[in-house]
Write a protein that binds this ligand. Structure first.
Ligand SMILES: Cc1cc2nc3c(=O)[nH]c(=O)nc-3n(C[C@H](O)[C@H](O)[C@H](O)COP(=O)(O)OP(=O)(O)OC[C@H]3O[C@@H](n4cnc5c(N)ncnc54)[C@H](O)[C@@H]3O)c2cc1C
Length: 413
């Protein structure tokens, strides 16, 4: 008889975990209060980089923070009333960025990301939605060529791990991205990546695949979880109780709330990001473009050109402040002078962010039949396929082929 696994959260992480578990012969139930891939997984920038290994916190990052926070168009926003709750997380964030911690974090990020392009192609194979993932470069563009210095730590971390970096000057940049403003004089190119033409669409296609493989979707809201007397779990929802033999928490930024009553104090922040989609942009973006000064990503998607980014700290429940999204009108025009920004579509989503940019994966320490798969911060779309594989290995009692220590849930205690 096959074993049952219940997953709370049908974002891209829960969906990829479901498919990996189904492939191993488990019966799977996915619980979500919304449809599949409606959370952070819906509106992200769609970057699928096998090379991602530089965390958000790096030495000296604090120097930029006052300037970013005080600029209304800046990449970081902090609601004043939230400051007391934010400070403990911020201190852990700064501590995670110390130089001696970075090699282990970078290795752990790379280990999760490295196979992501191949895994997405395998996952989408046969769904009819293979076209949603396309080959791409990651083009980090700079106005000031002097700012491009591959000896800087953020580039050295990549080079030391074999990430292929290539420099481009203004002429090459104009060939690669003709719509780009000629104010951009230099770029660092990361080859061999992919990007999604509809990240939410990828999640929905994979959710459909999971359903066809036998997964059941249960649309309800989980209030709390409780250990059962038989070694399993009782899930209390707005639609009654559900019993689970094995339980995976993949509830993105909401995951810490579910574990708090069990005594886990996790520094998981809702790092809220925004996007605008320009439906009739009149320009084409060939790759994922990172504006290295304004710190946002632009990419052509099925729905139009999407500009996505910003980190707003205001807690999980605060209403969106779409002024954060509307800054992309000006920023997009700086990037692509000819872009048509009429009637943009606004969106906000919460990145589930730990201070060290790494997720919690594997067994929940001290608890039987309880597993975690959350906290992928800025990188969850890229990390999801391998997260699914790794977590399915742990659930089935085998050892994943990557070191699990950096993702342990008790690493903050
Ligand atoms: C602006 C922006 C740009 C980004 N760009 C990129 C990028 O280019 N590349 C990249 O790799 N990553 C990117 N990310 C990060 C990425 O989107 C996230 O890390 C990833 O989507 C997290 O996936 P998840 O499945 O863990 O969470 P989610 O997608 O948020 O899913 C969690 C699910 O759990 C459900 N849930 C939570 N609590 C409950 C409950 N109590 N009961 C029932 N259901 C519940 C929610 O409804 C939700 O559907 C970006 C994020 C943002 C915001």
């Amino acid at each position: 008889m096959s074993e049952h696994v219940t997953i709370i959260g049908a974002g891209i992480v829960g969906i990829c975990t479901a498919i990996s578990l189904l492939e191993k012969g488990f019966e799977v139930v996915l619980i979500d209060r919304d449809g599949p891939a409606e959370g952070a997984s819906h509106g992200n920038a769609g970057v699928v980089s096998p090379w991602t290994c530089v965390p958000q916190s790096t030495p000296g990052i604090w120097r930029g923070i006052p300037k970013w926070v005080l600029n209304p168009d800046g990449p970081v926003a902090l609601r004043w009333g939230y400051i007391p709750k934010f400070i403990p997380w911020a201190l852990k964030f700064l501590a995670a960025g110390k130089e001696d911690r970075l090699p282990e974090i970078a290795d752990a990020m790379l280990a999760l990301n490295r196979p992501n392009v191949d895994l997405y192609r395998q996952l989408l194979n046969g769904t009819g939605q293979e076209h949603l993932i396309v080959d791409s470069m990651y083009v980090h563009v700079f106005r000031n060529p002097a700012a491009v210095d591959l000896k800087k730590l953020v580039w050295r971390l990549r080079e030391e791990r074999g990430v292929p970096l290539q420099l481009a000057g203004p002429d090459e940049l104009a060939d690669i991205e003709p719509a780009l403003s000629d104010n951009f004089k230099a770029a660092v190119l990361l080859n061999g990546q992919a990007r999604a033409r509809d990240p939410g669409g990828v999640g929905k296609a994979l959710a459909h695949k999971a359903e066809q493989m036998g997964a059941n979707f249960n649309r309800c809201s989980v209030n709390h979880i409780q250990p059962g007397t038989d070694g399993g779990w009782i899930i209390h929802t707005d639609n009654g109780e559900i019993n689970a033999e094995k339980l995976v928490i993949a509830a993105g930024a909401w995951s810490a709330r579910l574990l708090a009553p069990l005594g886990f104090k996790l520094p998981l922040e809702a790092e809220r990001g925004y996007h605008l989609v320009f439906k009739n942009p009149g320009v084409v973006v060939n790759n994922s473009i990172m504006d290295s000064d304004a710190k946002f990503v632009a990419s052509s998607m099925n729905a139009g050109v999407r500009c996505a980014g910003t980190a707003e700290f205001a807690g999980l429940d605060a209403p969106p402040d779409y002024r954060r999204a509307r800054t992309f009108i000006r920023l997009a025009k700086n990037l692509f002078p000819k872009i048509n920004t009429d009637e943009p579509i606004e969106w906000m989503g919460s990145r589930p962010s730990f201070p060290d940019s790494l997720p919690c994966l594997g067994k929940v320490s001290g608890e039987e039949n309880l597993f975690c798969a959350f906290g992928h911060s800025h990188y969850g779309f890229g990390m999801a396929p391998n997260t699914g594989r790794v977590v399915a290995e742990v659930v089935s009692g085998s050892s994943p082929n990557i070191k699990m220590a950096p993702y342990k849930i008790d690493r903050f205690t």
